[in-house]
Design a binder for this molecule. Structure first.
Ligand SMILES: Nc1ncnc2c1ncn2[C@@H]1O[C@H](COP(=O)(O)OP(=O)(O)OP(=O)(O)O)[C@@H](O)[C@H]1O
Length: 373
């Protein structure tokens, strides 16, 4: 029978952990990547441990894709929960080869293979592991070890993948090397992932939904871009505030090396190597890279000036304002942030509801999800 509503992950974990009080409730779709984001010590790992059943807080609830894992009368032990868990440090069996490590938790019987089961060859290809299979984990780099740990978790055929700061033990270069692999997993697998991080860069690259935490509590839950552009939340007022869009490639101009990308409420021109029409790319537009004009700019080197409407304005400090824009001539597209001086705001006589042109000085384009730049 077909489910009436899309499958979701419902969690409400309440209780004391030593001197720390956790009171975190959220519902997110059981699809895509949900980022669990917040400062160090706010309770992210504790939530993950509760989801895994490694921490039992009586009186809490947890339901994943319609299956109750915890309520007043149920508490599934960790080994009965269909989860994969990837930790900060990959703990591989040193005496086994990479291949044996990968197969360690894989189900033995093929009798009841699920339709959405991920195959060995697919995991090897997605994570670029083919040349490592006969090696010992002792001779792998930190990034390679982590890719093997992710592969092993996937091959256990989980219904939910939990990742606890999987990149935080790696240096910047290695992180940048692994992120495209995670983006490929995201694009190709339907497995829901809860991804804990305190690094906004990882969240911006990977997350579809966000659970924003602070001091053991959930501050907000929703689609990434919605929370990024909410002026009442800390992300929007941060100095490096930005909004991410999932964009579709419309065309490529070989003369100028420019991609035309369709986003909700407009089109962007972005310098890039060629990409195929229909490919999905994630773009990031920083609030500090957006300026506003009353008229369409005629003589300007800026590639992107999109019609938009001012949805709201909030002061930041004494001399700046944070403007939330909705893209499109009717202002019914995606939300964008602009950080302006209060002087510019006053000089242009801007106000909520006014139609403007959002001039975008820079658009950061994540590497393609096929792993190429
Ligand atoms: N079993 C426990 N007993 C006592 N205190 C605990 C226990 N588990 C967690 N804590 C405390 O709860 C708080 C939240 O820890 P948690 O690891 O969940 O935070 P976090 O957001 O994941 O932090 P980080 O980003 O630094 O990993 C910390 O103060 C921690 O010391």
């Amino acid at each position: 029978m077909r489910a009436l509503s899309p499958p979701s992950i419902r969690a409400a974990f309440r209780g004391r952990l030593g001197g720390f009080t956790l009171d975190a409730a959220f519902t997110v779709p059981a699809t895509g990547i949900t980022g669990l984001f917040g400062p160090s010590g706010c309770g992210k790992s504790s939530v993950l441990r509760c989801l895994a059943g490694l921490q039992h807080l009586p009186g809490s609830n947890c339901e994943v894709g319609g299956e109750v894992w915890q309520d007043d009368s149920t508490f599934l032990k960790p080994h009965h929960r269909p989860i994969g868990y990837v930790f900060q440090e990959a703990s591989l069996f040193q005496h086994l080869s990479v291949k044996a490590n990968l197969l360690y938790g894989a189900p033995r019987s093929s009798g009841e293979a699920r339709a959405d089961a991920v195959g060995f060859d697919e995991v090897i290809e997605l994570l670029g592991l083919s040349r490592l299979l006969e090696r010992s984990p002792r001779n792998l780099s930190g990034g390679e070890r982590q890719r093997v740990a992710i592969g092993r978790a996937l091959l256990s055929q989980p219904k939910l993948l939990l990742m606890d700061e999987p990149l935080s033990a790696l240096d910047r270069l290695t992180k940048d090397e692994i992120l495209p692999f995670l983006e490929r997993l995201h694009a190709r697998l339907s497995l829901p992932v809860i991804y804990v991080s305190h690094d906004i860069t990882e969240i911006e690259r990977l997350a579809d939904h966000l659970v924003l935490m602070h001091s053991g509590k959930v501050l907000a839950v929703g689609p990434l871009a919605e929370l990024q552009s909410d002026p009442n939340l800390p992300l929007a007022i941060a100095r490096d505030a930005a909004v991410n869009f999932d964009a579709t490639v419309e065309s490529y101009d070989t003369d100028y090396g420019l991609l035309t990308l369709r986003i909700d409420g407009g089109r962007l021109l972005v310098p890039s190597p060629p990409a195929a029409r229909g490919e999905l790319r994630r773009v990031r537009i920083a609030a500090s890279d957006v300026s506003l004009a009353r008229e369409p700019p005629h003589a300007s080197s800026i590639l992107n000036a999109l019609p938009a409407r001012i949805a709201s304005v909030s002061p930041i400090g004494g001399n700046e304002v944070l403007v939330v824009l909705t893209l499109g001539r009717d202002g019914d597209g995606g939300r964008l942030l602009a950080r302006l001086s209060r002087r510019s705001w006053d000089l242009l006589r801007l106000a909520e509801g006014v139609d403007v042109y959002a001039q975008i000085k820079g658009v950061a384009l994540a590497p393609g999800r096929d792993g190429h730049a």
